[in-house]
Design a protein. Structure first.
Length: 103
């Protein structure tokens, strides 16, 4: 197998009114942007349904919705080990961005 170095590209996405700068594969850009848009749409939907909650509650609701949709759609089961690892990596990236840009 040849050792091909993939060039990551920087993208800025906004989720729940926060901007995140990520480095991703060029082939993943459209999916990442569509995913961020879907997340923001669902947050807006939950905000209208459940007034008075804080943003973390809405994000948690979106995560629950996502997992439920995966199960109901009968799609390939979520690979929990991979998912946990990716969520952990994303959490570390978010923590780094927050540490570099305190509000």
């Amino acid at each position: 197998m040849p050792d091909i170095m993939h060039e990551l590209i920087p993208v800025n996405i906004v989720i729940a009114d926060r901007s995140y700068r990520l480095k991703i594969e060029p082939a993943d850009e459209e999916m990442v942007r569509k995913s961020a848009s879907l997340i923001n749409d669902k947050i807006a939907e939950f905000k209208t349904q459940f007034a008075g909650k804080d943003m973390q509650d809405y994000i948690a609701m979106v995560l629950i919705w996502f997992v439920t949709e995966q199960k109901e759609a009968g799609s390939k089961p979520v690979q929990w080990n991979d998912t946990v690892q990716k969520l952990s990596e994303l959490s570390k990236m978010i923590d780094k961005v927050l540490a570099e840009n305190p509000q």
